[in-house]
Each structure stands twice: as C-alpha cells, then as structure tokens.
Design a protein. Structure first.
Length: 296
C-alpha cells in the first residue's frame, strides 16, 4: 500500500500520514460502535476496565479521555487491524510477523478535553529493538482546534529524553529540557479515515481539545515479532508468568507468527522506574508523577 517515497519519509522523519486508510462501510461501522460505547458510558461513574473518564463526566453529558483496549470491546476494531488497509501499512513497515502491544480509543472530550503531555512511547516500554510504532486512525475530522497529534520530526533517531520528575517516572518530558525543541513540532490534522503513524521513539503530544467536538482517534501500538519487552517496563505482561505470557502473546499476534529469537540492537534504554503513584494510564502517570505541562 505504501510507496517507496512514503517508506523513506517515515524512515527519515519518524512519522507519516496515510490518507483514506479506512473508508466506506468499515469506517461507518467504526464510528457507529464508537458512538455506542460513548453512549454506554452514561451508566459509569468512575474509571473501570473499559473507560477512563474525564473531569465533569455525567450521565447527561458523557466526557471521556479514553476507551480502553477497543480491540477487545468490539470485533470491528480487530477486523480493522487485521483485514484492511491498516494491515497493509503494518506489514509494509514492520514486516510479515507482528503483534499488538495495546490499543486505545482516545475520545478527547470537547471544551477542554485533557492534553497528553510530550513524551516518547519508548520511555514507557523499551524492547530489545525499536521496530515498534503506533497508528492513529481518525474516526472524525481532526483540525487545529480539537487537540490534534503533534510530532517533532527526526527525534526517533535521537536520545530518549528524561521522563522523570522529582525522581519518579512521570511519563512526560520537561518542557524546559534543552533537548526538547517544541518549535520544530508538526501538527497532524486530517479527515475521518486518515491515519497517522509514529515511531516508538518519536517525541509527540497533543494539546487540550478547545473545540465543541470530541476528538476521536483509534490508536494501535504495534511491534515487529522479534522485538521483546524488557523486564521492568510498564506493562501488565510481567505479572502473567511464563505460561500466561505465552498464551497472551499468541492472542496478540496480528500477522504471521510469534518469534522466539529476539533481535538485540544497540538502542538507548532508560527504565520507567520508580513508577508514579498512579500509573494506571498515561493521564494518571503524568498527573500523579508531577509532569510539568507544555500546554499550560
């Protein structure tokens, strides 16, 4: 699906936008299921295994930061990942054998929906190599007003900046870090069905949603099968034990098969320890860890 020029652009810059990755009936189904899940959150009063609620959430006016693990909430999200143009892009960039680390549907509420402070995904979950990426599939039009994704090109080739504050992993870089060059940021807007891609080491973030529309982006975080997680990273898998991990790994295969020979590369690693007081989501990690906002 990708041209060689697109692959070269991604390799050089660490991000890419693909227009019309999902269209037509599949996009309509994704939108309908998302709206149904948001509507169902009216019955929820606190964060649970499906929803992260935003400030001011109520039955009358549901406000979410995120729907957790959408690929486990409805089959259409798994179908999109495994049987669509999204799948073609995945294999173009990571090869025939891939697995999913996690998914999330960030539904950033209108009128001030929470920002995601600048960070590198790699800081949360370093692996034996950095052939990992995230897809951001826009389920509605995204413009400058409703908190679009911002990236800093080329930072996937640089250092892993400190994501600590006061000796605790806070999941965000300090905006005063001299290596953080926010003036080089690129804003990724688009139409429903467009998809962004960013490398696991690329610096990125998103401002609060100041519009009157939710910003609905479906994120899949994916890895080449020979990239194995390092013990101590912020992942549920470390609590599973060997048999549980093996069963879970097979459930997470997107294309091809698991790889039992991890590829070790000389990549920069800093462990996300000690953890923040509440590390149940990036929002909680950044707030409880004392992250300094770049969007204040």
């Amino acid at each position: 699906m990708l041209t060689q020029d697109q692959k070269d652009f991604y390799a050089q810059n660490g991000y890419l936008k693909v227009e019309g990755a999902v269209t037509g009936e599949l996009l309509a189904r994704l939108q309908a299921v998302t709206n149904r899940l948001i509507d169902a959150s009216r019955e929820v009063a606190e964060n649970n295994e499906v929803y992260d609620l935003d400030t001011g959430h109520s039955a009358e006016a549901p406000r979410l930061t995120r729907i957790k693990l959408p690929h486990k909430q409805d089959p259409v999200f798994w179908e999109t990942l495994t049987q669509s143009g999204v799948t073609e892009v995945l294999t173009d960039l990571l090869g025939p054998d891939t697995y999913i680390n996690t998914s999330k549907l960030n539904t950033k509420a209108p009128g001030g929906g929470a920002a995601v402070e600048w960070h590198q995904d790699w800081a949360f979950y370093p692996h034996t190599n950095d052939d990992l990426l995230a897809f951001g599939l826009m389920l509605e039009d995204v413009d400058e007003a409703n908190g679009p994704l911002k990236v800093i090109p080329g930072t996937h080739k640089g250092p892993v900046l400190s994501h600590h504050a006061g000796g605790v992993f806070c999941g965000a870089v300090d905006p005063d870090d001299p290596l953080f060059e926010q003036d080089k940021a690129v804003t990724l807007t688009g139409k429903a069905g467009d998809m962004t891609i960013h490398h696991v080491r690329l610096l990125h973030g998103s401002a609060p949603n100041r519009s009157d529309r939710a910003r609905k982006i479906l994120f899949y975080e994916l890895a080449r099968a020979d990239a194995w997680p390092i013990l101590g990273a912020s992942s549920y898998i470390h609590a599973l034990g060997q048999r549980g991990f093996w069963a879970d790994l097979q459930d997470r295969v997107v294309t091809g098969a698991p790889c039992l020979t991890p590829r070790l590369e000389n990549v920069p690693v800093s462990m996300p320890l000690p953890p923040a007081k509440d590390n149940t989501s990036i929002f909680k990690t950044q707030s409880s860890g004392g992250a300094k906002s770049a969007f204040a």
